[in-house]
Ligand binder design. Sequence first.
Ligand SMILES: [Zn+2]
Length: 311
Amino acid sequence: MSTAFFSHADCRRHDMGPGHPECPQRLDAIDDHLIATGLDVALARHEAPLVSMSDVELAHAAAYVANLKDLLEQVSASGRTRALDPDTIACEHTWRAALRAAGAAVAATDLVLDGGAENAFCSVRPPGHHATRDEAMGFCFFNNVAIAARHALDVRGLQRVAIIDFDVHHGNGTEDIVAGDERILMASFFQHPLYPYSGAVPKGTNMVNLPVPPYTRGGELREMIEAMWMPRLEAFRPQMLFVSAGFDAHREDELGQLGLVEADYEWITRRLKDVAERHARGRIVSCLEGGYSLSALARSVAAHLRVLAGV
Ligand SMILES: [Zn+2]
């Protein structure tokens, strides 16, 4: 059994302008590091397909999807950029990139459920966890992980899936979509207070939110994860795990002030893989979210992938 690696050149073409931290070079940094370390040979590369609108609408309001499609197709035709919020900017390639990013998550889910890979990582952008049911924000347009989790439940017939979000920012969009859906357990930690300033009070009993103060280090986080996530995950017995894999809690990342290092991402991934092996036949689909220090991002993704691939 292998680890699948989904990406697409379209994800690189989405460009929010000079100096924007969520930049195309993030994917290049990951690719370059995987090649340099030889880790690429342990992964089975797949081209991300375009997502279907019926899958997108499992997580987003139909009116939002229709409006976003109109808007982004207009942007594509005009060739001019358009800001959806001060940080979330569409260019002519954004619509295709968003379709590929969500398409990767859904295709990875199908591949893993069909036994074509034990687990999968989607090296895609735009990221997704700030996109709510009816709003694009925080660099995100479609909520890739929420779409894939709903696909696993509603299309593929699973009964229980977990979403784990270790990005430094609260996954407010995912919480907005899945809070109250008892088929999903969402466990996360995030720096608080920090953008988007939500999450301190969970929106549903299926949410395990761990707000942590700036300068929290990996050792403290590991203890909190062990005490707060693990018992809930074990009791829930998810049939598949989805990971919002943001690497901006790394100590070198300037968008947050947490103190994680590669060994912490390795440890978190190991603990999640333990849960997956016990309850979910090892099934994990992990999707890139944040991570803006190019070097730390690439090293952390490699640490995550080494555990997923068992190498
Ligand atoms: Zn983030």
